[in-house]
Design a protein around this ligand. Structure first.
Ligand SMILES: Nc1ncnc2c1ncn2[C@@H]1O[C@H](COP(=O)(O)OP(=O)(O)OP(=O)(O)O)[C@@H](O)[C@H]1O
Ligand SMILES: [Mg+2]
Length: 301
């Protein structure tokens, strides 16, 4: 099966229309019926002109299609369909990955879809493709797949600036899991977070304590800074009674990968790496890359 994907505009309206008709008329009837079957080449041409679309050709014939609908910082996928004869060959997932690439190029925070909740297989498809449910408005469920946001930090000051920028998006109850090798800049990032949140006290590597609480100076959430490096496992993390403070604080866990996830299904995973590789940096030039990946429904809106 030779599959090619192409990015299309209004000129492809007839092809998209043929795919939408074949794909959606093959589905069980819904109440209210899907609006996809009311589309005409004209209505599709207008939408393609506005946001573009994708067509997947199988052996040269259009077999899958979707419309792209940029809405704020999310890229919505609409009229997503694969013709009956081409289903179960991974075509849908290929189309999703192409849309991910586009959303990345456009600098979006994520991809979104509305799925009919009467179709569990459809909802399951989106979950398999890395989407999480972010809202329900019967008969629809909204699902989002977050994209990692990349920040470059040329030096420690720039790293603190990234932390300040991330702090703006946070509220009480949020959890950040920081990963990155020794000296990557996790504590430096946390210093920026602390500045952004307006909390009291110097953020340092908690050498003698495993967790330190920085109360807010501005009536906001406090910052709980945890270094899990010396922690044996999840049990010890529970012993810190972090559960109680989670609701009222922003919690940052260095070395928390594999430990902190159990505390909250919604979290920000922050991964810090050396841009020039392990041996690439020199004393006054050792840039870092910070990747921030939202996990869960919390990050919608
Ligand atoms: N581009 C950069 N971003 C962040 N830190 C940098 C950068 N370039 C150099 N540095 C230096 O690297 C060090 C990072 O130390 P930091 O304590 O933040 O790392 P860490 O990941 O918390 O380490 P640990 O694993 O020991 O907890 C600091 O001394 C900082 O000044
Ligand atoms: Mg540290």
């Amino acid at each position: 099966m030779g599959v090619t994907l192409r990015r299309v505009g209004a000129e492809a309206a007839a092809d998209v229309h043929a795919v939408v008709r074949a794909a959606f008329s093959g589905r069980p009837p819904l109440d209210p019926p899907t609006a996809a079957l009311a589309e005409t080449p004209q209505t599709l041409a207008e939408k393609l002109a506005a946001g573009g679309g994708l067509i997947a050709d199988v052996d040269g014939a259009p077999a899958g299609a979707l419309l792209l609908d940029p809405l704020g910082d999310l890229l919505f996928l609409r009229r997503f369909g694969v013709v009956p004869g081409a289903q179960h060959h991974g075509l849908g997932h290929r189309m999703v990955e192409e849309a991910v690439e586009l959303a990345r190029q456009q600098g979006r925070r994520g991809l979104a879809v509305l799925a009919r909740e009467e179709l569990p297989a459809t909802v399951g498809f989106w979950r398999d493709a890395g989407f999480v449910e972010t809202g329900r408005e019967p008969p629809y469920r909204e699902l989002v797949r977050w994209l990692p946001q990349r920040h470059d930090a040329a030096d420690a000051d720039a790293m603190r600036e990234v932390g300040r920028a991330v702090a703006v998006t946070l509220r009480a109850g949020d959890l950040l899991v920081l990963t990155g090798e020794l000296g990557a800049g996790k504590t430096t990032f946390t210093q920026g977070l602390a500045e952004g949140l307006g909390v009291r006290g110097q953020v340092t590597s908690p050498t003698f304590v495993i967790a330190r609480v920085h109360p807010s100076l501005v009536g906001g959430p406090s910052l709980v800074h945890v270094d899990a490096y010396r922690l044996g496992g999840g049990d010890e993390l529970d012993d810190l009674d972090l559960d109680t403070s989670l609701d009222e604080a922003v919690t940052v866990v260095e070395w928390g990968e594999g430990l902190a996830e159990a505390l909250a299904t919604d979290r920000l995973e922050v991964r810090i790496t050396r841009a020039l590789g392990d041996d690439g940096g020199v004393e006054d030039h050792d840039p870092r890359v910070v990747e921030v990946l939202p996990v869960g429904a919390r990050w919608r809106g």
